[in-house]
Design a protein around this ligand. Sequence first.
Ligand code: ACO
Length: 331
Amino acid sequence: MIKTSITGMSFHVPEHIVTNADLEEMMDTSDEWIRTRSGIQERRWVKEGEGASDLSIIASESAMANAGVKSSDIDMVIAATVSSDYYFPGVAVQLQEKMGMDTIGAFDLRVGCSAFIYGLSVADQFIKTGQCKTILLVGTDVLSTVLEKDPIGRDVGVLFGDGAGAVILQPSENDSGVLSTHMHSDGKYMKELWVELPGSKFKDRGFSNELMEQRRHRLFMNGREVFRHAVKRFPEVIQEALDVNNLTLNDIAQIIPHQANRRITEAVAKRMGVGTDLIYSNIHRYGNTTAATIPIAMCEAFEEGKFSAGDHIILAAFGSGFTWASAAIKW
Ligand code: ACO
């Protein structure tokens, strides 16, 4: 069976750094509250006019250079994002056009924080069956433009940053590559972490003063429910990836989770009986960049020598939907 290998990866975050001290000016919050509740010290926010496609192009070009492939080699583009520049079409077709790719298949996956692993799972099927030889998968999100940067929005406003991470996926030339992917969802919790508007249920997609005054276009999160489910689902889906591949935690060089919140990561480590050093964290630098956290963390963990050729790693995510997912990879 052909395996899917990550042959190139890179990431890009906006230049503009927003520190907790900057948020203190906007949101009636404090550095101490943010650090103790989330572990975040700073995040990057786009400048006006900059969208998810702009971040993605830079990350993608760099990942392609890392893999040694050209635009003409790419035979599918998947953008994992809930932040397309426009209501439709999505980011993937913008990448196809702006990066001069052939008229290949290009589409977005809207699965919130689990989207990168869902995208990896989809891409893996096309590589394994031989239908595609080189797929560009980008995880990107820009949530700063939907946050309320005032005291009303402080509960979620302090958590999110913007970014993009890209990988090139190709058939493996040896026994390394994606060993398995696992996807789950439970839609009864969809309103615990969602942005309601713009939506097709509403006249003019809900662009009315009345609905906007009710803040229906803003990100809503029931933080306690998210926490409660995340600390259960992360360990479950990590264990699933281990069991399917007859691996134990002792075989794993690094678990790279979606960077939701440092407290979630610490609770997951405790439940699984492992040290936090096994579970990578860079949330202090970027905050929660939604679908971009995993590829960004994977790039930095690799650069820091947390894993190398021949090692096993596990990717794991939990997010809006609720959805959760994992992937086992032999590097
Ligand atoms: N700064 C200062 N005070 C704040 C802020 C803020 N940014 N936000 C809320 N508060 C206040 C609240 O108003 C409340 O005040 P009150 O007691 O006077 O009413 C107080 O802080 C405590 O609020 P709680 O919601 O009870 O705080 P809690 O200890 O539960 O922590 C948090 C909130 C951090 C959101 C927590 O529920 C949590 O960690 N949830 C996980 C959610 C998460 O991290 N999601 C990440 C994004 S989703 C994802 O990626 C899957």
